[in-house]
Design a protein around this ligand. Structure first.
Ligand SMILES: C=CC1=C(C)c2cc3[nH]c(cc4nc(cc5[nH]c(cc1n2)c(C)c5CCC(=O)O)C(CCC(=O)O)=C4C)c(C)c3C=C
Ligand SMILES: [Fe+2]
Ligand SMILES: [Fe+2]
Length: 341
């Protein structure tokens, strides 16, 4: 039996209030997040993380002081491992978790994978849309420490994967089916934002967000109006828009209720449970939005787990260094498919 290690990448989050500042430091010290020279970047990261920690701790306090992201990711890892075991003959797959900014760190998991001794490793980000700030950053953290001999294949992105699209179409359809007056609602697809400068450098994230929303709307048959917006802005730079807060206010002004769909997050954490469920729920009420419905992140949704399984199988069978459901290799400077065989 071929032994396949699947390494799920995610951001990670603090376990308790004492971890918050260290977690923020790791995030802001990443050159993919703040593009400053070594040394200067670490100084800036110290400053920002110490200034941001008190307000961030207050937000994490809404979730008991820490992030649920590891538990959520563990559930996804178990679901994927069970799905592969039940549906694929001839391979023994073990699913590992590597977080970018908090425990279990990618660097530590690489040692565990080495000890397990796989024939092949599949790097699978829990980010359907590729961004240099998330997926590329995780690939680089892996490459920095991996010195083993197993073949490594990276899944670049899978926002166009048919099972991923179906997961969203089904969840939205089910919700719309419960509404008395669906025409009174607007679908808001909310994704984590990025500074405009990162998109200008060639990051395909926004294009992939837009492309998968178009596919979801086609799958739904365009039953109600929709728009795309970007949340979680940090710092003074100009970020891509429209912002989720402005889009909520606009829906209120237009007399529309809201079905909010997290389109770039696949688990529950501070950005969904606090920003969307507390801050934006208040904003919606204050903006005259009659009904504000937030759909859950996909989590262990059966179609989403199928999408992950699909990507693993494509990776194993491909013989490619990078696999992904898109053609951005030719047009986006960050795409790891560039120069790939
Ligand atoms: C699509 C996923 C994500 C992208 C793209 C992304 C970019 C990005 N994030 C920050 C700054 C912060 N992000 C924070 C939390 C956070 N971010 C993501 C995902 C993406 N980030 C997740 C899943 C989480 C939750 C982590 C958890 O606790 O479970 C935070 C911490 C929270 C806060 O203080 O607001 C920061 C800071 C930047 C600057 C950025 C792109 C440049
Ligand atoms: Fe973030
Ligand atoms: Fe790509």
């Amino acid at each position: 039996m071929k032994r396949i290690a699947v390494l799920l990448f995610n951001l990670g989050g603090p376990k308790n209030p004492e971890d918050v500042q260290g977690f923020l430091y790791n995030l802001f010290a990443d050159k993919n997040i703040i593009n400053l020279p070594f040394g200067v970047r670490q100084g800036v990261a110290s400053l920002i993380s110490s200034r941001r920690a008190p307000s961030a701790k207050k937000n994490y306090a809404h979730m008991g002081g820490g992030s649920p992201i590891l538990k959520e990711t563990e559930a996804q890892a178990q679901a994927l491992e069970a799905y592969i075991a039940a549906n694929t003959k001839g391979i023994e797959a073990k699913v590992f978790i590597g977080m970018r900014y908090w425990h279990p760190f990618i660097e530590d998991t690489v040692r565990e994978i080495d000890a397990w001794g796989p024939d092949e490793i599949v790097l699978l980000p829990l980010y359907p849309q590729f961004s240099s700030t998330t997926t590329l950053s995780s690939f680089q953290a892996f490459q920095k420490v991996y010195a083993g001999k197993a073949r490594v294949t990276s899944v670049c992105c899978y926002s166009d994967n048919a099972h991923f699209i179906k997961a969203h179409v089904d969840a939205i359809q089910e919700k719309i089916g419960t509404l008395k007056q669906p025409g009174h609602y607007r679908l808001l697809f909310s994704a984590h934002g990025l500074p405009e400068s990162i998109i200008a450098r060639g990051d395909p994230y926004q294009a992939q967000v837009e492309s998968c929303v178009a596919k979801i709307m086609t799958g739904l048959g365009n039953p109600i109006e929709h728009s795309i917006c970007y949340q979680s802005r940090v710092g003074p730079m100009k970020w891509i828009g429209p912002s989720t807060d402005a889009s909520i206010q606009k829906a209120g002004a237009d007399g529309k209720s809201i079905i909010l769909v997290p389109i770039a997050f696949v688990s529950e954490h501070i950005e969904t449970l606090v920003e969307l469920d507390i801050e934006y729920a208040h904003l919606a009420a204050a903006s005259g939005v009659k009904d504000y419905i937030r759909l859950p992140a996909l989590g262990v949704n059966a179609s989403y787990i199928k999408a992950l399984n699909d990507e693993v199988l494509k990776a194993i069978g491909s013989g490619d260094r990078v696999v992904g459901d898109h053609n951005c290799g030719k047009c986006h400077s960050f795409c790891p498919k560039r120069g790939a065989a």
